[in-house]
Design a protein around this ligand. Structure first.
Ligand SMILES: *Cc1c(COP(=O)(O)O)cnc(C)c1O
Length: 470
């Protein structure tokens, strides 16, 4: 007959707290977290003893277990990853990475008092938009500017301020959804504006708009078709044409540019994307765009345009609810100042730096890291350098890609079903201390190297790749 386990042999928490190795843990993580971890470790040992595990439970083993539990708890939930997905502005991986100048400004704004809403000349209350309006006017040619939490908020504020209970004619081909949670028709409804669909999915003409504009019209809207392109028998109304028609009818013309490049990116070898300045010059009264897409700054929604319309938005109580915080403003202001020196943007703005990395540089990077990856994979999978195409991402230039280099990893165990083998590979790279994320294509795990800038850190963890039993 098996004897019942001797639970009395388990140490008390009080006793464990006296140990020197526990004192070290308390010094690092605090008494509360350590006591909880010790309780959890003792409870786990008790469960094992009851389950018939005859192993002797030592105090040292319980402390070791508590140490591991604390380590897991202390790991931040928001973690750094390697974005080797091939999408540079990956919405799920945090979009734009900030330049050092912006990070320094954020630290300063976060840790010291500032004149956020204080006018130091007049010693009176100030406006937080003052910190970015000058630069935005200069860079876009707009009369005025304001900034909110993101571009979705910008669209909401524009529509609610200028078209509440009024109609908003918009082309059927532009009733877009972005990332599932931003849909123009739903935004319009929440903003209290009435969608008035114009034209057809593939073709919209100026006369369609002209017929739709009337007494009930709040604004006319044009949305940049961010994540798709309509091809074939298509027609869209040009901005200048539509702007002229709106001016004649005295109705504001609003353009949601989405990505909104501040400068022409074609000198960087990137496809042409209409700039904010071009759109205003074509006659748009208001333009909205994101701070963390092609601009390469913090998450923000930027609204530029006619001073009277911007003033109306700033008077809307919704502005208060949608405004962005001082740390964001500090970062945005720092990034906008970098735009004053367009010649050096390619080096200084990480998004542009990564988008413009030469193929030759990516090729040599691939050749340098291939041996370490192959060694880590041993005979479980084969790695090779491949040509691939990076996407800009976040709806910027959806049909254009940038030639790049990658590493393709293919399992060498097709017998056991390469699907399962491929899944194990994906999981092994994810389980590295800094998870490595690629994409699966054609039975291979592809790592696009365009966004790999921390080569040494990447290589240093390769030896920890754990592929389990193949
Ligand atoms: C990305 C995008 C948005 C949403 O911008 P967020 O900054 O993500 O809120 C809105 N409109 C267009 C056209 C976009 O491309």
């Amino acid at each position: 007959m098996p004897s019942s386990p001797d639970l009395s042999a388990l140490p008390s928490i009080e006793r464990l707290l006296q140990r020197d190795d526990v004192a070290v843990l308390i010094e690092r993580h605090g008494r509360v977290a350590c006591t909880q971890a010790l309780r959890d470790a003792v409870a786990a040992a008790r469960r094992e003893l009851r389950a018939g595990d005859t192993a002797v439970v030592t105090e040292a083993a319980i402390v070791e277990r508590a140490r591991i539990l604390i380590g897991a708890n202390m790991q931040p939930h928001l973690r750094t990853v390697f974005n080797l997905t091939g999408t540079v502005l990956h919405t799920n991986l945090g979009r734009a990475l900030l330049p050092a100048e912006a990070v320094a400004a954020m630290t300063e704004a976060a840790t010291r008092p500032s004149n956020l809403e204080f006018n130091l000349d007049r010693l009176t209350r100030g406006d937080r938009d003052d910190h970015i309006e000058g630069e935005l006017r200069e860079l876009t040619g707009a009369e005025a500017a304001t900034v909110v939490n993101n571009n979705a908020a910008a669209v909401l504020l524009v529509l609610n301020s200028l078209a509440l209970r009024k109609e908003v004619p918009i082309s059927r081909g532009e009733l877009i959804e972005i990332g599932g949670s931003f849909r123009i028709p739903e935004m319009m409804a929440r903003a209290g504006a009435k969608l008035r669909e114009v034209g057809t999915t593939n073709r919209t003409h100026l006369k369609d708009f002209v017929e739709a504009i009337g007494d009930k019209t709040g604004v006319v809207m044009k949305v940049h078709p961010s994540n798709f392109a309509i091809e074939g028998f298509t027609a869209a109304v040009g901005e200048a044409e539509l702007a002229a028609a709106c001016r004649e009818k005295n109705v504001p013309f609003v353009v949601d540019l989405g990505s909104g490049a501040l400068v022409d990116l074609s000198p960087f070898g990137l496809p042409y994307e209409p700039t904010v300045a071009d759109t205003l010059a074509a006659g748009a009264d208001v333009v909205t765009f994101s701070g963390d897409k092609l601009l390469g700054g913090p998450q923000a929604g930027i609204i530029v345009g006619r001073a009277d319309l911007i003033a109306k938005m700033k008077r809307n109580p919704m502005k208060r609810a949608l405004r962005c915080d001082k740390v964001t403003l500090a970062a945005l202001s720092a990034v906008l100042r970098l735009y004053r020196d367009p010649d050096r943007l390619g080096e200084r703005i990480p998004t542009l730096r990564m988008l413009t990395r030469p193929e030759s540089e990516l090729e040599s990077l691939a050749e340098r890291i291939l041996p370490a990856i192959q060694a880590a994979l041993s005979d479980v999978a084969a790695a090779e350098v491949i040509r691939c195409e990076s996407q800009i991402g976040s709806g910027a230039m959806p049909t254009n890609t940038v030639p790049s280099r990658g590493i393709a990893v293919r399992p060498l165990t097709p017998k056991r079903g390469s699907g399962a083998a491929l899944k194990r590979l994906v999981a092994a790279f994810r389980d590295l201390p800094v998870p490595v994320l690629g994409h699966v294509s054609d039975g291979a795990l592809i790592f696009d190297l365009r966004c790999l800038e921390e080569e040494r850190e990447f290589l240093a963890q390769m030896s920890r790749l754990s592929l389990g039993s193949a």
